[in-house]
Ligand binder design. Sequence first.
Ligand code: ADP
Ligand code: MG
Length: 253
Amino acid sequence: PRKGERVLEVSGLTRRFGGLVANKDMALRVDAGEILAVIGPNGAGKSTLFNLLSCVDTPNAGEIVFLGERINGYSPRKVARAGLSRTFQHVKLLPRMTVLENVAIGAHQRGHRGVFASALRLDGTEEARLLAEARRQLERVGLGEYLHHEAGSLALGQQRILEIARALCADPCLLLLDEPAAGLRHKEKQALAELLRKLRAEGMAVLLVEHDMDFVMGLVDRVVVMEFGQRIAEGLPEEVQRNPAVLEAYLGG
Ligand code: ADP
Ligand code: MG
């Protein structure tokens, strides 16, 4: 998709867990070349939303339209192949394997279970292709000099960027990032923000869940605020920041 074209459009999205409505009539859109943040207090339904969008979970109602195609009921693997790629809140690395191997294996097993089982079934050509792709993505995110380092030896900020390199291997046009800045030092946040700006400039659509307000405010184009499973506000970061309902949700408790 070209910059400004609609990548994702969600409407009426509802997910119930027994009597609890974790997402109620959620709606949002993301365009190519845009970074959208979803914020909200703990329990607001952000992770549920991500699971629904990446087809890890199934909504009770609503539509998820990705690149003009309704993706409700797709498998996570099929969604990843269609160009929607995600990272998880907690970094899932194989610490004793190299950075390059981590990305190559991650690329192969997107949507699979059982990392090693699938890695062992690779033939030589497939392995070479995955390693080349992994190298290309690691260079793209600025980790080219760490290819042969053990993944566990990287700083947390670099591990997060490694996760993004993994997600990029599926050649996505939409990245879903779950709290990418959590626990990072100031310098690491700056490096991450710089990478996301670069991806945005290349036309990537990015949707991120984040608690770190400073990170969000300096970076994203638009913010959607959730509380109790619902969208309570949407707008530019500055607008949302002084919205009374948003302040109430965060401070009012
Ligand atoms: P957030 O990510 O914004 O902190 P979640 O999406 O994780 O919020 O959770 C939203 C609500 O849904 C919470 O009340 C949570 O306890 C509930 N919830 C999430 N997943 C499940 C589940 N699998 N079973 C039951 N309740 C769940
Ligand atoms: Mg969560």
